[in-house]
Each structure stands twice: as C-alpha cells, then as structure tokens.
Ligand binder design. Structure first.
Ligand code: DGY
Length: 422
C-alpha cells in the first residue's frame, strides 16, 4: 500500500504543469474540468495548498456568463485535437472549449473543506464558492430555459461518457462533419480503446455548430441536433447543489443556499420522471425525439450519490436498483462495467462502452455508503484498488481481464487511489 501511495503521489507530481495537473501527459495535455475536481481531492491527501491551487487555476477559465469549460488550454500542446482554434475560443485568456463537463466541483470542494487542516480555509472559499454558484446558475439559466428542473447537454464530451451506447441513437441523427481533420488521440493510444471515426465526425460537427451559432444559448437550445438530458450529469449536479448550499450556509450566503436547495428539490422531483418501471432504473432522455435512452449503463447507479430517492417510491426503487447493481457486480470479474455485457453496445475495451472507471466506482460507492449499502460500496472500492494494484494507474480497465487501458499515468486514477488508501 505504501508503494502504491508513493506511485500515485509521484504521478500527480509528474503531471503537474504548475498549478494544474494534466490528466495524462500526451493524451490530454491541458486541464480538464471534472478531472481537476477529483485531482484536487487527491492532492489534498498529501499537499493541501496544491489542492486549492488546482481549483483556483481551473476557475481562471470561467466565462463571464458563468460557464466553467470542459478544458482550459493554459499552454499550447500539439498532441491533442481539437485545440482552442477549432472551438473558436482561442481569443480567450486562457483559451477554453465552449462546453462544460459534469459539475463535480462543489461536492469535491465541500469534501476538501470538511478534511481541511487550514484554519484560513473559509477565506479561500469566499472567492471560490461564489464562482461555483455562478456556474450552477449558468446550468439552470442556459441549459434549462423552460425550467423543467433538469438541464440539457449538447455534446457527448460534455457528459464525460463520450461514446456511451446511450448516445448512439441521438448521435446518429447529427450530421457528419464535411471537413477533414486529424485526430491525435489514436496516435497516442490504440484505436481499439477509443471512439470510432463515425462518432468523431459528429463530435466535430457539433463543436463547429456551437462556434457558428456564436455560442448563443437560445439558438443552440432551439437548433442543436443533439439535445439530451443525461441522467448522470443531472445526478452529479443535483448532489452538487446540496453540497454547494452547505458551503454557502457556512459562509453566510443564505439566499444562494436557498436557491440551491430549491434547484435540488425541483430537480429531484423532475428526475423521478426518468425512472423506467420496466427497466427498474433511471434512464437518460433524448429531448429532440422525446424518447428515453435505455442503454444498460453505469449511469443509473449515481442515483444514491444524487440523493434523489425521496417520497413514497424511494424504498422500492432502491431495492430495484440494488437488484440491478447485483446483476452488474455478477456479470464481470471486475466491477463496475460502464456498460452491461448484455447491452448490444457493449465493448469491454472501448472507453465508455464497458470499461471500468475508477472515479465512477468511487462516486457510486460514496452514494451507496451514504444510504447504508456498505457491502456493495466496499466491493467497488476493493475492486478499484485491486485493478490499479495489478494493472497500473491507467485511465480505465477491462472489466473481464482487468487490463489497464487508455491513457497511462492517469491523474484522477492516482487521485482516487490516494483517496481510497486514506
Ligand atoms: C477527449 O478528447 O476524449 C475528451 O474526452 C474530451 O473531453
């Protein structure tokens, strides 16, 4: 364990580019939004000032309208496509993408405050917290203009689970880009572990579309060919609303706290409508076709983490979801597969189509433990540590063989390892 802890610390240090850690040196050579949130918690286990710096550096990329972008391109690097020019955001300082990512930040910051050894921590938070509130306000203003309680997303990269089978159908309706471009990811890791070209053609179409709309939120909401309510992203946002409300209360920001609790309450009521009585789990929704997206993925297991099992149906739904979780735990040697092997889209090595992701295991385990499901939570934690111990600090792992896949020396895998070893 000491050896693993040292290796994880050394990985974060080696990926440090001065105030931010790159997720993996060549594959992802900038600062990513949800990675930074997890990395900060990892840093805090051995270097608290550096942990806060990770967050403060990420926030330098925030737009005036509150958007906290998925990538902040602090320094140029040519091993990644698409760069800031492609996004049409190279004029910004620092340059960024034009989309966001799952809003883990508030939850991670709350955890860091709870674990802090810095008596002045609330001083820092007086600058950090209002910025995160602005980001949540952005989600609800620009991504839920009809005030449904749930936010939409326009790009699979924004969900974080880029090539999940859940997006296959809505993505197929997006035109393929007519322009030529050169991918870099498949020059760094084997193409069999990455999304297909057909998916990239559509990823690129969408980022061009946002730029051509001049990032006008109303126009994008009305016209974007892909518009989905991702259950996982909404679950993460709902949980973050609660943690941010707690932080606001601690700082005396009472009207922000009330707003955040209201978003949580309305969101929890709305997300309950995504429950499928036949599949006995929540599903995402395609708001263009009005159809549910029923792929059998890990996403539904974030319901515990989101604290959305409220009302009379709560206890039965938890039992149903535990039964589904048992089926996932029994289906592969290493849990938690991001897609169940019986799903037609399953592919154990290809990124979000089956591979095990350490940070998802941790989030799901946190939610399970908070609801008293200690044995399942422990199984996920044990599997995660066993995978990194045997396979190395990789981006994701094959659920059947345990092989480490994707980017090597991966920062948030190191961070999760440090958290689990704490
Ligand atoms: C990528 O490039 O694969 C990233 O997931 C985008 O955020």
């Amino acid at each position: 364990q000491d050896q693993l802890r040292s290796a994880a610390q050394a990985t974060l240090r080696a990926n440090d580019r001065g105030g931010y850690a790159v997720p993996s040196p060549r594959l992802y050579p900038f600062q990513w939004n949800w990675d930074a949130a997890v990395n900060a918690v990892g840093w805090q286990t051995f270097d608290e000032p550096r942990a806060w710096q990770e967050i403060e550096t990420l926030l330098t990329g925030q737009w005036a309208n509150g958007l906290l972008p998925s990538i902040v391109f602090h320094r140029p690097a040519d091993s990644y496509f698409p760069g800031p020019q492609e996004w049409g955001c190279d004029h910004l300082t620092p340059p960024t993408t034009s989309i966001s990512q799952p809003p883990l930040l508030a939850t991670m910051v709350r955890r860091m405050r709870d674990h802090s050894r810095d008596p002045q921590v609330d001083q820092r938070l007086r600058t950090i917290v209002p910025k995160i509130v602005d980001w949540h306000r952005w989600w609800y203003r620009d991504r839920d203009p009809e005030q449904t309680g749930l936010v939409v997303t326009y790009h699979p990269w924004e969900t974080g689970s880029d090539n999940s089978p859940a997006w296959d159908e809505p993505l197929a309706r997006v035109p393929a880009t007519p322009r030529s471009y050169q991918r870099r990811d498949t020059g760094v890791v084997d193409g069999s572990m990455r999304p297909h070209k057909a998916e990239y053609d559509r990823f690129v179409y969408l980022l061009d579309f946002f730029r051509d709309c001049r990032f006008d939120p109303r126009r994008i909401y009305d016209e974007c060919p892909l518009r989905i309510v991702d259950f996982a992203l909404n679950a993460i946002l709902l949980r973050a609303n609660l943690d941010l409300a707690h932080l606001c209360e601690a700082l005396g920001l009472h009207s922000d706290a009330a707003q955040l609790r209201d978003w949580h309450q309305r969101g929890a009521a709305a997300i309950a409508t995504l429950w499928s009585p036949t599949l006995r789990r929540h599903v995402s929704l395609d708001t263009r076709s009005g159809k549910p997206l029923p792929s059998r993925t890990h996403a539904g297991f974030l319901a515990w983490y989101a604290h959305v099992f409220t009302g009379e149906s709560g206890p039965q739904r938890q039992l149903d979801l535990l039964a589904e979780l048992d089926e996932f735990l029994g289906a592969t040697r290493h849990a938690l597969a991001s897609t169940h092997p019986t799903d037609p889209g399953y592919d154990p090595r290809r990124y979000w189509r089956g591979a095990v992701w350490p940070h998802i295991n941790w989030l799901v385990a946190e939610g399970l433990a908070e609801h008293g499901h200690a044995a399942q939570a422990q199984r996920l934690r044990d599997d995660t540590l066993a995978l990194v111990q045997a396979g190395g600090l990789f981006e994701y792992f094959a659920p059947d063989t345990g092989e480490g896949l994707g980017g090597p020396d991966f920062s948030w895998t190191a961070a999760i390892t440090l958290i689990l070893l704490q």
